[in-house]
Every structure is written in C-alpha cells, then in structure tokens.
Design a protein around this ligand. Sequence first.
Ligand SMILES: *Cc1c(COP(=O)(O)O)cnc(C)c1O
Length: 194
Amino acid sequence: SAHQLKQALAAPLGVATGCLTLGNGSNELLLLLAETFLAPQASAVCSQYGFAIYPLVIRATGARCIEVPACAADSAMPYGHDLAAMARAISSDTRLVFIANPNNPTGTWAADAELRACIAALPQHTLVVLDEAYLEFAALSGCGSGLAWLGELPNLVVLRTFSKGYGLAGARVGYAVSHPEVADALNRIRPAFN
Ligand SMILES: *Cc1c(COP(=O)(O)O)cnc(C)c1O
C-alpha cells in the first residue's frame, strides 16, 4: 500500500492519503483508470497529437475512442488540445476525458482559468484525467496545476510522476490524486505488488 510514500506525499500536496493511488509509473494509472471506468458500451475523449498512450488504454477496454482534432498550426498553442471541441465531443456514454497539461509531445498547455471552467462545465458522469507528467518543466511558462481544484471538482483526477521532472523513470512511481471514492475504486483493481 506504499503507506510511507503516501504519508510523505499527502502533506506537501495538501490532501488526505485516501485521495492517493500509487502506480507503476503514471502509465499504470492510465491503464487502471481505463479498466475501472470504461467498457465496450462506453466512450472516452482525447486529443489528436495528445499523449500516445491514451488511445491504447481506451481501445484495450473495447470502449470507443473519440479523438478530437487539435488546435490549428497557426493558433496560439499549435497542435494543442482544443478544450472547447473536446467538451463538445462528450456524449452520454463518455466516462473519461484525457487532458495532458502540458502535453507531450506538442509542449502546449491550457491557461488555468480556461481549463478550470472547461472541467467545471462537464457533465457529472464524466471524469477528467488531468495528466501533469511534465508540469515541473512548464511552471515557468505559466502552466498551473489542477490540484487546487480537487475540493470543488469531484470528477477531476490529477496524475503526477517522478519520471520526468525528477529523472526517476526507472523507479516507476507515479500517483493519482482524486476524490477518495475514485481512489478507492482504483485501489481495488490495482495489482497488489505493482
Ligand atoms: C511519460 C508520460 C507518462 C508516463 O510516465 P511514467 O513513467 O509511467 O510515470 C504519462 N503521461 C505523460 C504525458 C507522459 O509524458
């Protein structure tokens, strides 16, 4: 259960340990989220030029992958996520929306206020997976974290990893911060020795 690591993370993140799920890298958390919330009769939304793993974990469950065209090459965030179009693509069977902020491989990100408003306006049956794997590199460019919104937005799941900013990809440690009910569901199907 990685009790000590959860204790160490909870204080600086300002969350209870019950909000945390530890993964074999955040990659495993993407898999666990898909396995927990998707099924052949469900769908999930991601962006064109988003992180390459999202369509794989979505399709592995048999769910429909709705890949939304990215922002234009001449926009302020070339090939970045078109948040408004992603929100419009959500249907009644959409359980997950994957947003990489900042995105890998395009290096684009969404402004705090725009991202928060977008998530707040989503239907309650849709969880937003906000993947902050590269956050540490983008903070100076003005890319913020969604962690502070967790209290008001119970359908938000924030993913972090020690792989990129800390250069510890070989250690395979990532974590999800979410509402405790979401963490409970993820931890139930998490492999015992991940
Ligand atoms: C690298 C990366 C991951 C997965 O990294 P882990 O080593 O499994 O933690 C997840 N999301 C994004 C956007 C990445 O760039």
